[in-house]
Design a protein around this ligand. Sequence first.
Ligand code: 26V
Length: 828
Amino acid sequence: MTQKSPISGFDYVIPKPDAETIRKSIVYKMIFILGVDPKDATEHQWLNAAMLAARDLIAEDFLRTRRAHIDNSKRMVYYLSMEFLLGRAFVNALINEGVYAEFEKAFKALGKEFADVCEQEEDPGLGNGGLGRLAACFLDSLATLRIPAMGYGIRYQYGMFKQEIVDGQQVEKPDLWLDQDLSWQFARPNKQYSVGFGGQVINFGDRKEWTPGEEVSAWAYDEIIPGYGGEVANPLRLWTAHAGNLFDLADFNRGDYSSAVRAQNSDENISRVLYPNDSTDSGKELRLKQEYFLVSASVQDIVARHKCRFSDIRTLADEVAIHLNDTHPVLAIPELMRILIDEEGLAWTEAWNICCKVFSYTNHTLMSEALETWPVDLMGRLLPRHLDIIFEINAYFLNALRAIGSFDDDFVSRVSIIDETHGRRVRMGWLAVIGSHKVNGVAKIHSDLMVNTIFADFAKVFPERFTNVTNGVTPRRWINIANPPLTAFLDKHLGKGKKNDWRMHLDNLTKLNELVDDAAVQTEFGEVKKAAKVRLAKYIETELGISVNPDALFDIQIKRIHEYKRQALNVMHIVDRYNKILENPDADWQPRVFIFAGKAASAYYMAKKIIRLINDVAKVINNDERIRDLIKVVFIPNYSVSLAQIIIPAADLHEQISLAGTEASGTSNMKFALNGAVCMGTLDGANVEILEKVGAEHCYIFGNTVEQVEAIRRKGYDPMSYIEKDSDLRRVVNQISHGTFSPEEPNRYGDVLQPYGDFYQLMADFRSYIDTQYKADAHYRDAAAWRKSALVNIANMGFFSSDRSIADYCRDIWYIKPLTAKELPSSN
Ligand code: 26V
């Protein structure tokens, strides 16, 4: 462990990171900060004390990083996102700071089980799924690569709901994560901004002034994001809503305490709860308020920071990049325009030129129901000045197009920010494209589809604006934390020196390609995989009372439950296999454990039904003695980042079976491959690039391509034609639809497979899926060949590090340079 020198020239006690000092520091925190007698302390209090001790070590990096940004006038990127699915912070911080072993020793000396203490940490679930987890991987990479960066989000009081399964069905319970852990964040009571809603816009000649009818106060909390290597730590600034006037004094003086409190509660509702990504939630007023709340507080803060450092607002675009994670924070564009024009007195053109240079936008989905639009009426009522500005942006844009002369009226109305065809609505995606200098998709195929479908018109107007940055995942969390045996294996075979540490240079995994045929290495990897499978089997046994055989093939699908992700197709394969085993019990069947996890949005009827179907099928098959454990089906409740860390390392096969053209990228596919699992997937999202890297022998691809899916749709898709010609398929559809798995209610799943609609073409891909599954079985039976494939997957995943994604963003979109060693002088 290296000792660091002091920051900012002040003299203070520098925390030493050796086990003995850490032990004393933990006890000190317990007594003097938490006020708890260590003799009586609960495991949770030990965690809090340890987190405070760890924070001491990182706080210096955090301040030193900020000082280096200021002293070196670094251009900064601000990442705005409604979601950050961080996962647990404690172990991550210890690993990134390089003090994990010392903390472990310190706890040993305290006579405490370190793992139990770590398990106490709540998972902050401030995100829904892929988009939020990507934001978290990006923060880790930004800090690791020493990029001058800061995240902005909302500190929801209730994050993603906790999922319980009762009688096979999902039940949502509130997630009270904030009630327990506060020790990881710095409250910033001096960072408060007022966020307005409603009211009027008054014209003063050329100038306009917005007087909001209601003001809510945004308070900042900084979560520290430590980079790997213990040098840089960046802030994630999370806002909470507080009543503008803590009490309405008029009500209070009238003795009406309860209406004063009620007003306070309604203001504070803004940061109360994370919205589940369900299309039924779109158009909700509170969601729009949340989006503006995030954007307004963040843009005010960005402008204030800029003015404090550079004094001239006109240089904003030289010093600042603001990234919009999907359309959710797109109101940042009119908000910055409002501040520049109404508050800073800039002319329209000057303000617009700054905006277009500052903003960039990532699209994360092509699904039409997920593309945000807001009713003009609602926007006008809540944000009258912003609506004015949006109209004006639109007018300038459409006039410029008309002036070019080559776009007809139909084209112009298609690219108008205001959709006049579904009631009047503001198209947030259009605003994002018009106000950003770069727009990217998240995998090659997705970026291509983006410019050929939803943004095809814009690609004609701004061809240079569209680009691709394929997603990535952080190897620190997804190998080092999630899979200690694989970590040891990689360190042994690849070395751990600073230059070739795979944690920082994931491309170095490619050296494993030289070892994939080595029988001893294969056997060793077999043990690594077995350890992860035993760990998961234990979890399943303890939590669900189901015993699974760690020598069976673990076939895993974990992700949000959605029709397009086709968990139902996976179930159809299970049912077909069940039928075939019963028909031919003496064949040489490969035992399989089918594992599912994932949440359904609470109002998504069909997704909830699919969860119930999985559990009903599990009940029948797991209890059918004739199956002799050749199939086990397990639905693990309450999927979360921490659960993913246990499940992913244990996979042999991972299911990435979305209908081609629907999954923008997927990121669990990368995490699985990185942990030595083989993909069973369609040519969709990042599967396409995974296939490119690992080769067709080591990746099972099935089903129709995007082009085929489109051709089928054009012709008029007829699911019945597939059902008629395939008796296995017919049998599966009949069984599910007519009650084989729900005898007490035969009709329960009458509507799940929709043999007359089948929008996601399950019937069309069924045969190819089943046949490919049996190829995977045969491959798995040859243990050496399978282990080789697993190793080839690991060896070729270097590209999918989020460090590479962030380097792409910095080079092509943000134009940001990292802090150099010279600029960060006092770390040694
Ligand atoms: C939509 C909505 C609409 C209603 C309110 C809440 C809400 C929250 C999120 C969303 C859109 C979710 C989009 C998303 O998560 N996309 C995923 O992004 C991943 C990272 O790029 C990518 O790997 C997945 O394929 C993609 O589905």
